[in-house]
Design a protein around this ligand. Structure first.
Ligand SMILES: [Ca+2]
Ligand SMILES: [Ca+2]
Ligand SMILES: [Ca+2]
Ligand SMILES: [Ca+2]
Length: 173
């Protein structure tokens, strides 16, 4: 862990030993409690470490099976680049867990309403199309599809989506 200030600058006294320190966290001019029952602005790893441990706690609250390696790689993958290092980004780290497909809808496993968090095209804001999957997460597959053959061998689904109607084709009456 290393130390940065509010401007995302690495402070001069930060240890920069390569292959030992590779993750930044806010640690300078941090307003926190002191030992005189008051508040104070301090710098150091004592200020930076709580930011990391607190963010680890948030990730573990989402998924307690996350391992230290998974958490570290999440921080590195989602962190903001500062020089040769990454500064932890708590919101981005959380979203990497609860919104893996990055469609701005959280996985149902984490209290969201994304019924498939591995497919960004599937979410409550998507348009239902005739593809045999529930695109808009309303628990109904292909609602609104019109099985009307307009060309022999094909059927027109909802709006402009076409599919193979060899299995079932319902002609308009
Ligand atoms: Ca998602
Ligand atoms: Ca999705
Ligand atoms: Ca649907
Ligand atoms: Ca569908």
């Amino acid at each position: 862990m290393m130390i940065k200030n509010a401007a995302d600058q690495i402070v001069c006294f930060t240890n920069r030993r390569v292959n030992v320190l590779d993750l930044l966290a806010p640690g300078c001019r941090i307003n926190s409690t002191n030992n005189t029952k008051a508040f104070d602005y301090l710098c150091g790893t004592s200020q930076a470490a709580p930011h990391v441990s607190g963010t680890v706690l948030l990730l573990k609250q989402l998924n307690k099976t996350l391992t230290p390696d998974q958490i570290e790689s999440t921080f590195k993958n989602t962190g903001v680049t500062v020089g040769d290092y990454k500064r932890i980004d708590a919101l981005a780290a959380l979203n990497a867990i609860r919104d893996k497909d990055n469609d701005n809808y959280y996985d149902q496993a984490y209290g969201g309403n994304d019924c498939n968090d591995n497919n960004a095209a599937v979410n409550p804001g998507a348009t239902e199309v005739c593809d045999n999957i529930d695109n808009d997460c309303d628990s109904i597959i292909d609602e609104g599809c019109v099985n009307q053959c307009t060309v022999s061998g094909y059927e027109q689904c909802f709006e402009s989506t076409f599919g193979d109607c060899s299995a079932s084709c319902h002609y308009a009456v």
